[in-house]
Design a protein around this ligand. Sequence first.
Ligand code: GAL
Length: 422
Amino acid sequence: MSRRTIWSMLSLVVVLALLLVACRPTPTPTPAKKQLEIFSWWTTGGEAAGLLKLFELYNQKFPDVEIINATVAGGAGFEAKPALKARMLGGDPPDSFQVHMGHELIDTWVTTGYMEPLDDLYKQEGWEAVFPKGVLEIVSHDGHYWSVPVNIHRSNVLWYNKKVFEANGWKPPATFDEFFALAEQMKAKGITPLALGDVGIWASTHLFEVILAGTMGPEKYKGLWTGQTDWNGPEVKKALETMAKMLEYANPDHSALSWDQANDLVIQGKAGMTIMGDWVDADNLAKGFKDSGWAPPPGTKGIFIALSDTFGLPKGAPHREQAIEWLRICGSKAGQEAFNPLKGSICARNDCDPNLFGPYLKTAMDDWAKDAIVPSLAHGAAASESWVTKINDVMTAFVTDKDVAKAQAGLAQACKDAGVCK
Ligand code: GAL
């Protein structure tokens, strides 16, 4: 083949290649996939079941939206809250995040200017008519609404294993004296009286809030958060003494366990009771445990220590439009009726159908309507996050040294530091 022929063949190949490229149909740009990133700490069986149900409802309505489930494990958000703070302060907010109603929402995120008000959404959805007045007040600040409550949880529940109680002829204790008498009987049988899982310490603070309310009653308990009740007074001292005594009856490995692992001890009959919020109902449901009994912990009959999980709209949410639709579902009747029976909570709305709920939750609904409602400390309702952190620090020392005087001085100081006590 002559050099000339080779050159003309090569040129032909080049021309053909160019023609091919030129004739290729121009690719239509694929539209960016719509996304929605939801941040929470709901990772245990019952928690995740509720969350996934909400996602399912969302995707039924918006099948083209990819939901990013941004969870950070750890009960009560003890790992999630610092992770969220890092993201928010770093200018990387999720589209919506779980936040407790009350001080946690208002002090941490609203007064600091991180959230968008949701007044339009409240108006469009008619929420002022379906959320109780007290709930509307707590999600408000400066005349605006700042988040959407998806549920109401109760912190003061004593959970026990009905089979174990029946086999031994035991009854749930109504007073602290009854609690300790029963604890002795359990101990004699080789059963750990109190299951506690306070990894991250919050479950001890939780136990303490329940003991405080059971010791001093609803009015004085509320006064702790407004400066009306003296942290140096005899009731706080008594509550600390009771707590120290209760800790003697807890599983020795409590600081290594989570709340749901503590509940496992009750399910297995290794422990007699656990004092924990009603997300235990969801844990039991997810684990197929049907022999769960419940009662108000000592001294708290007629008191409902309340908290609520809400979702808000951070400024700069990357998928704002999708986030608003998420909030719409969180506040809807359908959303709350689907979520709460799985989550172990009752609706924040007042128009949910009670027949959709299991036996424990039916009693919670009745109690919510008639009990004295007081705010939870461990779950963001009663006090600012910095105050809760100081109380957690006091508890961290107290569960090991059980030094009542030192703990009481620390608690009184924490109230002063919060600017609530003189
Ligand atoms: C609470 C939260 C509940 C539940 C619990 C245990 O703070 O409000 O929804 O998840 O923690 O993780």
